[in-house]
Design a protein around this ligand. Structure first.
Ligand code: SAM
Length: 429
């Protein structure tokens, strides 16, 4: 399989072609080092090239995958240099820049997003969108639906404009800022306005602030990275959202889908946080990470109403721990799983229903109830796909269970357990 991967790698530059020889002599640029075992190139040096020079250096190297020669910084706190890698041709000329180590950047280059011209054919098609931008009093811009959207409808899908490695914070602040500023300067002219139109909530460094206000945590080959996608960055938060998104690391893109019916004029919202927590925890998280006071309906409700909501969320947690208990003492029953689904619905956590549906599917399966297992596995797969993605493991498991519950690990696991251990014998008056 390693040959396969190497075949996808863009041809590596000859080492001394990496900088114009004059700039090597001037000490402005040193050639990168090449690791023959990984095929990775390390750009070892604090480049002092101007933007124009870095462009020209990159153009001189045959099949160099980046449009600018990477600028890098390292210090005693970093194990490897962090560089800015730019590709103006990415996603049919939308462009991308990546601030990370060269090893990580070359990992990303192996993704279909870079290697397969067809991979992004469904991404960044923003003609005739099903939404309009709208200005809201307290929360700035947001998107409102301009036609009826149904559960499962794609609202849009777009590729990352930039990806940053959180470990780049080990750099000296000034040098980290230099990298992200250089990154923005290397974006194609037509794309730059998308970046500059982003909200700068905290009013610090203009580039850093736009990234911090709008970045999403994403995963690439198991590493947490931050990505900014300007379209999804226009969606405001709601603790009871009507849309969900997932990151697809093969295309370096976010997909956004409706998770319930959204009528024209309604705001399209996603969640920035885990909503299966108390109001106080949700509000603290939003305040700390995005700097706003949550005023969605479940946060701004009268105290006696949000106390009810918090109690339901607490109960949900308890029920889930019963359902996750696979010992003979488990209190798990199908009735308990149905109660869990009902609590999610009462809480209007429709975008998260894939979770209780999965518990219900496994619970029915564990009692050997084939058709209820099929029903809930199907429902779970349908909904989980919208917020975990089509390659997600839970989605795969639920699809498999929907096909044949008898082959799933949970099948008949609890047959013989009492189904009514809490009530039996106590409520006959
Ligand atoms: C990713 S941006 C969302 C788009 C933003 N409203 C704009 O005009 O560009 C995140 C910022 O939007 C605002 N925001 C998002 N959801 C909000 C909400 N439910 N209540 C208040 N402000 C919100 C906060 O300022 C937050 O830092």
């Amino acid at each position: 399989f390693s040959n396969d991967k190497v075949a996808h790698l863009p041809q590596q530059p000859l080492l001394n072609d990496a900088c114009p020889s004059t700039s090597i002599l001037n000490g402005e640029c040193q050639p990168p080092t090449y690791d023959p075992t990984t095929g990775n190139i390390s750009f070892r040096q604090n480049s002092t090239q101007t933007l124009q020079q870095s462009y020209e250096s990159a153009q001189k190297i045959a099949n160099f995958p980046w449009s600018h020669y990477p600028e890098c910084f390292a210090n005693e706190n970093t194990t490897e240099p962090y560089c800015v890698f730019s590709d103006q041709k990415f996603a049919s000329g939308r462009g991308i820049f990546i601030v990370t180590t060269s090893a990580m950047a070359y990992e990303m280059l192996k993704k279909p997003a870079f290697t397969d011209p067809e991979a992004l054919s469904r991404i960044n098609n923003h003609d005739n969108p099903p939404f309009e931008t709208h200005e809201f009093p307290m929360k700035g811009r947001g998107l409102i639906a301009n036609k009826t959207l149904h559960r499962g409808d794609q609202i849009f899908a777009s590729s990352a404009l930039l990806i940053t490695n959180p470990d780049a914070y080990h750099l000296v602040e000034e040098e980290r800022l230099k990298l992200i500023h250089r990154g923005v300067d290397t974006l194609p002219e037509a794309t730059k306005p998308l970046f500059w139109a982003l909200l700068d909530h905290f009013k610090g460094d203009p580039v850093d602030d736009r990234i911090n206000t709008n970045a999403f945590e994403i995963e690439i080959n198991g590493h947490t990275q931050h990505a900014v996608l300007p379209e999804i960055a226009m969606l405001n938060h709601d603790c009871r959202p009507n849309a969900a998104y997932f990151w697809d690391e093969e295309t370096l893109s976010h997909y956004v889908h409706a998770t319930q019916t959204i009528y024209p004029g309604e705001e399209i919202t996603i969640t920035y946080i885990n909503n299966e927590r108390s109001r106080a925890k949700r509000m603290a998280n939003l305040k700390m990470n995005w700097g706003f006071d949550c005023d969605c309906s479940s946060c701004s409700a009268h105290p006696s109403f949000y106390a009810e909501s918090d109690a339901r969320i607490q109960r949900m947690e308890e029920l889930i721990s019963h359902l996750n208990n696979w010992t003979p003492e488990s209190k798990a029953t199908p009735e308990l799983a149905e109660t869990l689904i009902s609590l999610y619905e009462q809480e209007r956590l429709f975008a998260s229903l894939g979770v209780p549906y999965k518990h219900a599917a496994e619970t029915y399966s564990s009692f050997g109830d084939k058709w209820n297992a099929v029903k809930y596995a199907t429902l779970s797969a349908e909904l989980s796909m919208l917020d975990k993605g089509f390659r997600d493991r839970d989605v795969r498991d639920m699809r498999a269970m929907a096909k044949d519950p008898e082959l799933s690990w949970s099948w008949n696991k609890r047959v013989g357990h009492k189904r009514f251990p809490e009530t039996c014998g106590h409520h006959h008056h």
